[in-house]
Write a protein that binds this ligand. Structure first.
Ligand code: IVH
Length: 698
């Protein structure tokens, strides 16, 4: 290939060259892929593909359905680059019973204040694959990404192009200029079996289930490998769109189909709660005959305007839920019971099992929850037990098969009185604030207990917290064992510790590159958003959602730490402020108190803060009439439900509080408002009706 070759001047020349390139590239693909005997370098191969793309870009109407740009992979990327989704990819809340499905319908009607009106839903099979987002601009596929953490995924465009069900150009008409199509990449049963059979014959490792196989296939660095995997795709949702294109979920699915996607044939619109249950029954009955794995039914409110009103709670939409199929069960032998010490010292018994396959996955461990559960189920080491796993949930021991108990029976299990950690602390039973004994047994060693320390660190580097690339469980444990990382701040110090890094380079499994990557991974997280910082502290009861609420409430790390110090000192005003934050109750306040009142913890936090740049919380909207205001809703609302009013206010940058104080800016009072309205009037706080509120916020 000559450099800087000019473009073909005529259409005829273009057709000729595109045809030649297609043949040439196809021949190289076969040599590379099927014969393992390439005759040109990767760079030369890439140049051919680039030339093909250039000509296609200049003569877009000549792009053929079987163009080499679509068929197989382009350059072999070193790793996937990050793609920020135009709209985050969320997950779904789960329902495990008819009651929970019915409760979903009740919730929806209550939120929308529909009374007895019947709600239409779509019921769609919950495909067990991995979700992907496909961005189309003017009908052309420009990028494809994995879900990643929901906000940022991996760019797997070249791999997705090899999936047959994914059109490179949208068919039909009426598609928005820009649209992110979402759906599930999956592998059918037959294809999965064939793939594993081939792997086995070639002496390669097999995949545990179709889902893993689909994920492994999609994340191949070389898209030519992906191209040999018969992946499929069902479209069922969308993210960013430049213009609305339908009014209901049902219509949207029809549109996706008209544009050339596969939508699952088992999807349909159902009416009301009976419809929800019937759809579940139908899918459960169909399940064994389907050519692919499903793990439940997804219900979505059909009307999109209602979906919009319902909105989201942190990471899941209020307008959809996944009704999961019951867990799959298997029978095996309980070989031992080990105790695991969690981050907060809670000691959990774990069942070590004779390995058994449950729903395509080999299970060797299961949770036993706590000592009371073991006693209640009378589980003994050596028993034959029934275990089950549902979705991604940790497998559980359901019951003992007592008929299989030998003679003499194994002795009843006695819960140890001491922690298995080197400190061997006596295990204490936790009591509630009311003084009742709970089922949790705790190691009192706290930071002196190495088990709790390592769990803290694991939480710290976990995906949802600092998510440090190159620092997985294995590396963390190794650094911990060497005494290099004993507290979060140590991780950041390690990245700048020339001596330790030099030593690290000499260790097995660590080359120049991996150490450089580790440093880059750590440095990338030295700047951290406030919510992740708070979540990363691993305080009991402060999960992601609560951390986000706290971050928004306090705004900056300084304000947060200052407030926590005051909470630690039980300063009433600081405790009230914390209490006033949405969804925060006494459990969180007590946990925050206990954590920050502990001098050792406080020291660790300071130590960590010194290493970091903590970004202020993303501030809620500033450009609205109610931004930054604290609002209290009281009395009966007639057009909005309480939840809806609250969600609306928060979306507009306001804080919603439960009680009226001097800090309240506005009280929206409906009929029957009592003491709160009285207080507001006494304090001279602005009061308005629901109608005035609606007029104000539009
Ligand atoms: S809708 C905001 N529909 O389930 C709603 N998800 O637990 C986003 N999934 O990440 C998802 N089949 O990978 C939707 N018909 C379906 C689905 C489906 C499978 C997966 C998807 C998602 C996960 C959520």
């Amino acid at each position: 290939m000559s450099e800087a070759q000019g473009l073909p001047q005529t259409e005829a020349e273009a057709v000729e060259e595109l045809t030649r390139l297609a043949d040439e590239i196809a021949a190289h693909d076969i040599r590379y892929h099927q014969q393992d005997a390439p005759i040109i370098s990767d760079a030369a191969y890439d140049a051919l593909k680039r030339r093909n793309s250039e000509i296609e870009a200049a003569f877009p109407h000549l792009v053929r359905e079987n163009s080499p740009s679509f068929q197989v992979g382009a350059a072999r990327a070193e790793q996937f680059s990050a793609v920020e989704h135009g709209v985050p990819m969320l997950s779904l809340d789960n329902a495990f019973s008819d009651d929970e499905a019915l409760e979903f319908d009740v919730r929806i009607r209550r939120f929308l204040r529909l009374g007895d009106e019947v709600v239409d839903y779509t019921a769609e099979p919950k495909i067990d694959g991995l979700s992907a987002s496909l961005r189309y601009e003017r009908g052309v596929l420009v990028r494809g990404a994995t879900r990643g953490d929901g906000r940022v995924g991996e760019d797997v465009t070249e791999n997705l192009r090899t999936v047959m069900d994914i059109p490179h150009r949208l068919a039909g008409s009426g598609w928005p200029e820009i649209i992110e199509i979402r759906g599930e990449v999956y592998l059918g049963h037959a294809e999965f079996a064939a793939l594993n059979a081939a792997a086995l014959a070639a002496g390669q490792k097999t995949y545990a289930n179709p889902r893993n196989a689909a994920a492994g296939s999609l994340r191949q660095i070389d898209s030519r490998i992906t191209a040999t995997r018969p992946l499929k795709f069902f479209a069922y949702a969308w993210g960013l769109v430049s213009a609305p294109f339908a009014q209901t979920q049902g219509e949207s699915l029809a549109a996706l189909k008209a544009w050339g996607f596969q939508t699952s044939p088992q999807s349909g619109v159902v009416r009301g709660p009976e419809g929800l249950l019937a759809a579940y029954g139908r899918l459960e009955a169909d399940r064994p005959r389907l050519a692919f794995d499903i793990d439940g039914v997804v219900y979505k409110v059909d009307r999109l305007d209602w979906q919009q009103r319902l909105g989201f709670v942190t990471r899941t939409p209020r307008w959809a839920i996944a009704r999961k199929f019951p867990a799959e069960q298997a029978r095996t032998v309980l070989e031992a019971i080990d105790l695991q010490v969690g981050r907060t010292g809670a000691v959990t018994p774990v069942a070590r099992l004779r390995p058994v396959t449950v729903g395509g996955v080999v299970v060797e461990n299961a949770t036993l929850h706590n000592g009371d559960e073991i006693a209640r189920k009378d589980i003994r080491v050596g028993d034959t037990v029934i275990i089950q796993r549902a979705g991604d949930v940790i497998p559980q021991v359901v019951r003992v098969v007592t008929e299989d108990r030998g003679e003499p029976p194994p002795p009843a299990y006695e819960f140890p009185h001491h922690c298995p950690c080197p400190l061997k602390t006596p295990l204490t039973r936790e009591t509630t604030t009311a003084g009742a004994e709970t089922v949790v047994r705790r190691c009192s060693g706290e930071f002196a207990c190495p088990y709790q320390r390592i769990e803290h660190l694991r939480h710290f580097v976990s995906r949802r917290a600092y998510d440090i690339e190159g620092l997985g469980e294995k590396q963390l444990q190794a650094f911990f064992d060497r005494g290099w990382v004993r507290a979060p701040a140590d991780i950041f110090r390690l990245a700048r510790d020339g001596e330790k890094l030099a030593e690290l380079r000499t260790l097995e499994g660590y080359g120049e590159t991996s150490v450089a990557n580790l440093i880059a991974g750590i440095e990338a997280r030295r700047t951290i958003p406030l919510d992740r910082f708070i979540f990363g502290l691993g305080i009991r009861h402060i999960g992601e959602a609560t951390a986000t609420v706290m971050a928004r409430g306090y705004g900056t790390a300084t304000a947060f730490l200052d407030a926590m110090d005051r909470v630690a000192a039980r300063d009433p005003e600081a405790m009230d402020d914390l209490d006033a934050l949405d969804q925060i109750g006494s459990a969180v306040i007590e946990a925050a108190h206990d954590y920050f009142a502990e001098a050792h913890n406080r020291g660790l936090v300071d130590d960590l803060v010194a290493e970091l740049t903590i970004q202020d919380a993303e501030q809620p909207r500033q450009d609205t009439a109610v931004a930054g205001k604290t609002i209290v809703f009281t009395g009966a609302l007639e057009r909005l439900t309480r939840d809806e009013a609250k969600a609306q206010a928060e979306a507009l940058g306001a804080k919603v509080a439960g009680s009226v104080s001097r800090k309240t800016d506005l009280v929206v009072a409906g009929p029957g408002a009592g003491s709160k309205l009285k207080t507001a009037t006494e304090l001279g706080i602005q009061v308005m009706t629901e109608a005035e509120w609606i007029a104000l916020v539009g």
